[in-house]
Design a protein around this ligand. Structure first.
Ligand SMILES: [Cu+2]
Length: 352
């Protein structure tokens, strides 16, 4: 079982897998602005992708690479992305070779946790191809924002791939677009965040099991889109009004008879009206519901709701607080394998 199994779509945090002592230092990222197509292309590589070691019943992760940092090159709104893998001839490589890839924004805070924003992410079981959000909304980005990428390859079928690249293609809306898109930001709501974002696992006993986390948003706004991430045995994740107990939105997993999570749909909340309004200071609870059909406890489960949140006033978005121990812990974990800087090289560079 892939315990990293994460969400199929956008804006997902995952742990940085910081346990490897000496990861190889990757070459610098290549950052290119394709103004004609309003795209930003971030290319990492070349990487060597050896066959991953496997042990019975346990997946051995490839060494995690350092966070590769880059300065975001343009102002505008992010409206989608795609991740391509290719070799030194520009030939496409299978998407499942990329165990996960996460883009962190060191310049912005998360919605409910004082940790660093995870702008987008993908994993081997994610959908491939373009992921786009409606043109009426966009994630506001500024030139000079301090971003970083961490990724992990996983090659369980072989043979070794001597030269591999990943490329993140970011679809941007122009800064001058009118009417301007509504600002939306990733909203990550985990059912079991305790002291830091890397410690959200829990165990699921046989039978019915629920676990929840209560929070109050730092600012008001609307949830426009939600989906979820659930490990096996998970049946649903829901957002509940903690005062009234009323379920505000619920995402049900599609499962097989053994409780394996097959997929989790994406829910658009803003088809009519403005989506689900969340009020600053009000108490909400994000709840994961599990049904474990086995006789044994299932270990290391995760449950979270992720979505897009449109703040009523983006300027009220809370700033990162360097003195916050939770933020500090997140930063230390992210940078545990070191960090590299990129250069912007315009066009040219890796094959395409
Ligand atoms: Cu997970």
């Amino acid at each position: 079982m892939r315990h990293f199994a994460l969400l199929a779509s956008l804006l997902i945090p995952v742990r940085a897998a910081a346990q490897q002592p000496h990861p190889p230092v990757p070459p610098p990222l290549h950052v290119e602005v394709d103004s004609a197509h309003r795209r930003v292309l971030i290319t990492g590589g070349p990487y060597r992708v050896p066959v991953s070691q496997e042990m019975p019943g346990m997946m051995m992760d490839m060494p995690a690479t350092p966070v590769q940092k880059f300065a975001f090159p343009v102002d505008g709104w992010l409206q989608g992305f795609r991740i391509d893998l290719f070799d030194d001839h520009g030939h496409v490589l299978p998407h499942r070779l990329l165990h996960h890839l996460i883009v962190v924004n060191f310049s912005r805070r998360q919605f409910i946790y004082p940790a660093l924003e995870r702008l987008l992410g993908t994993a081997e079981e994610s959908d491939t191809g373009d992921i786009r959000i409606p043109r009426s909304i966009g994630v506001p980005m500024r030139a000079g924002q301090d971003l970083g990428v961490y990724a992990m390859w996983h090659n369980d079928t072989g043979p070794e791939i001597p030269v591999a690249y990943w490329r993140i293609v970011l679809f941007m809306a122009n800064r001058t677009l009118r009417p301007r898109p509504i600002d939306v930001l990733p909203a990550y709501m985990d059912v079991n965040i305790q002291t830091n974002p890397e410690e959200n696992r829990f165990n699921v006993p046989p039978g019915h099991f629920e676990i929840g986390y209560e929070f109050s948003p730092p600012l008001s706004g609307h949830l426009l889109m939600v989906t979820g991430h659930l490990h096996d045995c998970g049946t649903l994740v829901k957002l509940v009004d903690a005062a009234s107990g009323k379920t505000l939105v619920q995402v049900n997993a599609r499962r097989d008879s053994l409780g394996h999570v097959l997929s989790i749909p994406r829910k658009l909340l803003a088809i009519r009206g403005e989506g689900l309004h969340l009020k600053a200071g009000h108490r909400y609870r994000v709840v994961g519901v599990f049904d474990n059909p086995a006789r044994d406890t299932s270990y290391g489960a995760m449950a979270e709701m992720v979505g897009l949140f449109a703040p009523d006033h983006y300027r009220e978005w809370p700033a990162l607080d360097p003195a916050d121990p939770y933020y500090h812990r997140d930063l230390v974990d992210l940078l545990a394998n070191g960090a590299t800087d990129s250069v912007i090289v315009g066009s040219g560079g890796p094959p395409r």
